[in-house]
Design a protein around this ligand. Structure first.
Ligand SMILES: [Zn+2]
Length: 376
């Protein structure tokens, strides 16, 4: 019995060795993870089959050719089966196979990518590019393709998108601090709308709670303001419940230089989109809160958000602002606005606020507007 056991063990060892050697033999194969990042070409979203291999994005050559076809970055592809060569001719219209731009469904697809041995020629000149073969198609590193074929590739980290031949991204999230202006005496009150037991609008489907996203934006805005040298006072802490009366009293007591209240919108019909800034009625025909609202709208527009008219709403007696926060601030001669960057109940707008990165972008826009207003 003992002897048999040893023989069996020997077989197992041999099998194990075989398996290990087998793995070494397949080392050229890489794990390719389907990449679901939205891809925009000429500012239009397209469906591509792209894979992430070793932290780089690989695109199907024919998808890129199809997406760029017709424009001045068009290129044609010819494949020579006998010599395993790919010929790319720039400036020529792409001849479609009809299989392009049809990404597979599903999100967790993992495939084997095998190093491509195909020779690539661009306008007759041999090109060196890392390529992989997945399911019989050749995939190239997108950046390599962009460099070789002279089209622009940008990664929009904030919105997690790939941009091909799109307008340049605004890569100045925070302006360089203007050191000639002393901000240390300026007090900004940042008010994250709702909070605690008061959730504000809730979009259950998307898992968005207004009080929470308000806080995320307000907190980032506050830290940007502090970094720039301002004194920042928050009306409430994270998850804290605070009544409108208490917020109004805080404004009256502190008398800050500016109050900015962060909210996100909703309507009963769930069909409205765009940013809305509420300003003080006393400035209806011009004045500080209108100026600030206009600066905020400019920044929101730069982010690609639709901008709605500035809202001025009177109380029932027409003696002041309907909104308590704006009314309390006006009462002590303090400029205040309420920002509603997007509608939480509309799919188009939800796209603009459904990640921390996007909410931070919103805060950066608010910061730029507030800083411009206070240092002008
Ligand atoms: Zn609100």
């Amino acid at each position: 019995m003992r002897k048999r056991g040893r023989i069996l063990g020997g077989f197992l060892l041999a099998a194990l060795l075989f398996a290990l050697l087998g793995c070494v033999g397949l080392a050229a194969a890489q794990k390719a993870q389907l990449n679901n990042m939205p891809v925009l070409v000429y500012d239009k979203t397209i469906g591509v089959e792209a894979y992430n291999i070793n932290d780089n994005n690989y695109f199907k050559l024919r998808d890129v050719a199809q997406a760029l076809s017709g424009g001045d970055k068009s290129f044609e592809i010819q494949y020579n089966n006998d010599t395993n060569s790919i010929y790319i001719s720039t400036g020529q219209r792409y001849t479609s196979l009809g299989t392009e731009l049809s990404p597979p469904q599903g999100s967790n697809t993992i495939k084997q990518a095998v190093s491509s041995q195909a020779a690539v020629y661009i306008d007759g000149v041999r090109a060196q590019m890392t390529a992989y073969n997945i399911d019989g198609y050749t995939y190239f590193k997108l950046r390599d393709l962009g460099d070789a074929l002279n089209f622009s590739v940008q990664y929009d980290d904030a919105q997690r998108r790939v941009l091909i031949e799109c307008a340049p991204l605004d890569t100045t999230p925070v302006p360089p601090p203007d050191t000639t202006v002393d901000r240390s005496d300026i007090v900004v009150m940042v008010d994250p709308g709702h909070g605690g037991s008061e959730s504000g609008t809730v979009n259950k489907e998307m898992g968005l709670v207004e009080s929470e996203i308000n806080y995320t934006v307000a907190e980032h805005l506050g830290s940007l303001l502090r970094q720039a040298g301002y004194q920042v006072i928050f009306t409430r802490g994270k998850g804290e419940t605070l009544s409108l009366t208490n917020r109004m009293n805080m404004i009256r007591e502190v008398k800050p230089d500016l109050v900015i209240s962060v909210h996100h919108n909703a309507t009963e019909a769930h069909n409205a989109t765009g940013a809305e800034v509420l300003a003080q009625v006393a400035d209806k025909n011009g004045g500080p809160s209108t100026e600030l609202a206009e600066l905020i709208n400019e920044e929101y527009a730069k982010m690609g958000q639709k901008v709605r008219p500035i809202v001025y709403r009177y109380n029932s007696t027409k003696t002041g602002d309907y909104y308590g926060l704006l009314r309390a601030a006006a009462g002590v001669d303090v400029t205040a606005v309420i920002s509603e960057f997007a509608f939480m109940d509309n799919p188009t707008d939800v796209e603009k606020i459904n990640s921390t990165a996007k909410l931070h972008q919103e805060a950066e826009a608010l910061f730029r507007a507030v800083d411009a207003f206070l240092t002008k």
